[in-house]
Design a binder for this molecule. Structure first.
Ligand code: ADP
Ligand code: MG
Length: 487
C-alpha cells in the first residue's frame, strides 16, 4: 500500500492570566495577600464576598499596571474602556459573575518579538490585554467535601491573548518565557507559576504544511510549569496528527494537563460550552484613558530586557552569552548597570559577576538583592587589581570575604595584609633562596627541562603567600634563571 503522508504544522496561541501586584483588590480597598501563605478567608470584604448592595470602584494602580504591560507589548492603549459582567455559577465566584473587559479592552494590536529556532527574530502578534478580577480558590477534599477560600476573589488580573502565531512548542516556550520576564521587569507580577500567580493556557490546532487554515483547536489549562506547557503542546500536536491521519477529525475541547501521566484529559467539550451572557457592568462608568495619562505611564516604564540586551551588545561590547545572562533578571541587570555607572569596566564586571559572584550566590542561596557585594564594592575590588595592589587570585578570596562579612575590599586587604608585593628586593631574595635550596632542580632545568620554570614560579608564589605581583615575579624569575643559563 502506498500512501503519501501529509506533513503537518501546528498552530498555537497562548492566553496568559497574570495577577497584578497591587496593594488592594480590583474593585475595592480590601488588601491583597499571598494566596498560599495567608490564612484562608483572612483578606475578604463585602465586595469580594459578593454581598448585595456593594459598589465597585476601579483600582487606578491596576489600570496603570495594565497600561504598562500594554505599552511594553507594543499595543495601542485604548481611550474608551468598558467593564462587563461575565455570568456563570460556580462556588469560587461569589457574585455569580466576574467583572471583566470584553468589547473594550485596555490594550489591543501589539506584538512581541521572540528568537526563533535558528536564531531569527519571530514576531508574535498580541491580540489584546484586558483587565478582570480573579476568582476564589476551591480545595477538593478526598471525602467529597470542598473548601473555598475567597482571599483571591477580586484580585486584579490581566489577561493577555496572543494571535495563533506560534508553530512549535519551543516558540510557545520562548514567548511565554519572555512575557513572564517582561511582567517581572515591570513589577506587575512575580512570575510564580507554581502558586498560580501567572497562568498559561495553550490553544493548539494542526494543519497541512503550506495551508493557512485555522482549524478546530483544543485549549489546555492547568499548566503550572514551563515543562508542562511544552510537554502538553507536544503531546497535543502528536495526538491531533494521529487523529487526522486515522481519518477522524479533531473535536473542540477544553483539556487539563496531567503532569504525572504526561497526557491531557477532558475538562469539558463543546456541548457544555458556557453562554456567559456578557452585559455592561451597570455599577461602573466607562473608563477613559487620555493621552496625558498614557504619557505619564510611559515615562515610568523601566528599560526593558530587549533594549538592555541591545545596549549591552552594541554599546558595552559584552559577549552575547554574558549579555543574555545578565538581562535575564532585572535586579541583576540593575546591579550590573550600577557597577558600570560607578566606573567599572563592563566586560570585567560581567566576568566577575557571572564567574564569581553568581557562584557565591548559588552556594549560599542568596539573590543579588540581599548579597552584601554592592556594585560599588565590586568596582572598588576591581580597582585594587587594576592598581596592582592585589592580584586576581587574591581578589577571588577577597570577594568571598566581602560576600560573607560585608566588609569593603580595602578593609579586608589591609586587615589581612593581602597587599601585593611589588618591590624587587624581597622577591629577588626569595628567588635566590629557592635557587640555593634546590640545586638538583636547577641542574635539571639547566639540563633542558624547561617546564620546571613553572615549578620555580609556584615555589616563589608560595613563599610570597600568593601576594607576589605575578607580572613582576615572572620578570624577575626570568632574569635570575637567565643569569644561571649564561654562567
Ligand atoms: P476564545 O475567546 O473563545 O477563547 P479566541 O478566538 O479569543 O477564543 O482565541 C483564544 C486563543 O486561541 C488565542 O490565543 C488565539 O490565538 C488562539 N486560537 C484561535 N484560533 C486558533 C486555532 N485555530 N489554532 C490555535 N489557536 C487558535
Ligand atoms: Mg479562551
Amino acid at each position: 500500500m502506498s500512501e503519501t503522508l501529509t506533513k503537518f504544522e501546528a498552530v498555537i496561541g497562548l492566553e496568559i492570566h497574570a495577577e497584578m501586584l497591587t496593594q488592594s483588590k480590583m474593585f475595592s480597598g480590601c488588601r491583597v495577600v499571598d494566596s498560599v501563605e495567608a490564612a484562608p478567608n483572612s483578606a475578604v470584604d463585602p465586595l469580594s464576598l459578593g454581598m448585595p448592595g456593594m459598589l465597585p470602584v476601579i483600582n487606578r494602580s491596576a489600570v496603570e499596571m495594565a497600561m504598562k504591560v500594554g505599552l511594553a507589548l507594543n499595543c495601542e492603549i485604548n481611550a474608551y474602556n468598558a467593564f462587563e459582567r461575565k455570568n456563570y455559577f460556580y462556588p469560587d465566584l461569589p457574585k455569580g459573575y466576574q467583572i471583566t473587559q470584553y468589547a473594550h479592552p485596555v490594550a489591543t494590536n501589539g506584538y512581541l518579538d521572540i528568537k526563533g529556532a535558528s536564531g531569527e527574530t519571530k514576531r508574535v502578534r498580541i491580540r489584546r490585554a484586558h483587565i478582570e478580577e480573579d476568582t476564589g480558590k476551591l480545595t477538593h477534599l478526598s471525602d467529597g467535601r470542598s473548601l473555598v477560600d475567597y482571599n483571591r476573589a477580586g484580585v486584579p488580573l490581566l489577561e493577555i491573548v496572543s494571535e495563533p502565531d506560534m508553530r512549535t512548542a519551543e516558540e510557545a516556550l520562548a514567548f511565554a518565557t519572555k512575557i513572564r520576564q517582561i511582567l517581572r521587569y515591570l513589577d506587575v507580577n512575580t512570575g510564580d507559576m507554581e502558586k498560580g500567580i501567572i497562568r498559561f493556557e495553550a490553544n493548539i490546532s494542526i494543519r497541512p504544511l503550506g495551508s493557512d487554515a485555522l482549524n478546530t483547536r483544543v485549549e489546555v489549562k492547568n499548566l503550572n510549569s514551563f515543562r508542562s506547557l511544552t510537554s502538553s503542546i507536544e503531546y497535543q500536536i502528536a495526538q491531533q496528527i494521529e487523529t487526522v491521519e486515522g481519518g477522524s477529525v479533531v473535536e473542540q475541547a477544553t483539556l487539563g494537563w496531567d503532569e504525572d501521566r504526561k497526557q491531557t484529559y477532558s475538562q469539558r467539550s463543546k456541548e457544555d460550552a458556557h453562554d456567559y451572557r456578557y452585559f455592561p457592568e451597570p455599577d461602573l462608568p466607562p473608563l477613559i484613558i487620555g493621552p496625558d495619562w498614557i504619557d505619564r505611564v510611559r515615562e515610568q516604564l523601566v528599560e526593558l530586557p530587549d533594549s538592555k540586551l541591545r545596549r549591552y551588545l552594541t554599546e558595552l561590547g559584552l559577549p552575547s552569552y554574558d549579555a543574555e545572562v545578565i538581562v535575564e533578571d532585572r535586579p541583576v541587570a540593575e546591579w550590573f548597570d550600577a557597577a558600570v555607572a560607578a566606573g567599572g569596566d563592563p566586560k570585567t564586571v560581567a566576568n566577575w559577576l557571572i564567574n564569581n559572584l553568581f557562584a557565591l550566590m548559588n552556594e549560599h542561596k542568596q539573590t543579588i538583592e540581599n548579597s552584601r557585594v554592592s556594585p560599588q564594592g565590586m568596582v572598588d575590588l576591581l580597582a585594587l587589581i587594576e592598581a596592582e595592589t592585589i592580584n586576581k587570585n587574591t581578589a577571588k578570596s577577597v570577594l568571598v570575604d566581602m560576600f560573607l562579612s560585608g566588609q569593603t575590599a580595602k578593609t579586608i586587604v589591609e586587615e589581612k595584609g593581602l597587599a601585593q608585593i611589588s618591590d624587587d628586593g624581597p622577591i629577588l631574595t626569595i628567588i635566590q633562596t629557592i635557587i640555593d635550596d634546590n640545586p638538583q632542580m636547577v641542574a635539571n632545568y639547566l639540563g633542558g627541562k624547561d617546564k620546571l620554570r613553572g615549578w620555580f614560579m609556584g615555589q616563589v608564589m608560595r613563599e610570597l603567600r600568593g601576594k607576589g605581583n605575578p607580572a613582576l615575579v615572572n620578570r624577575l624569575l626570568d632574569q635570575k634563571l637567565g643569569e644561571l643559563k649564561k654562567r
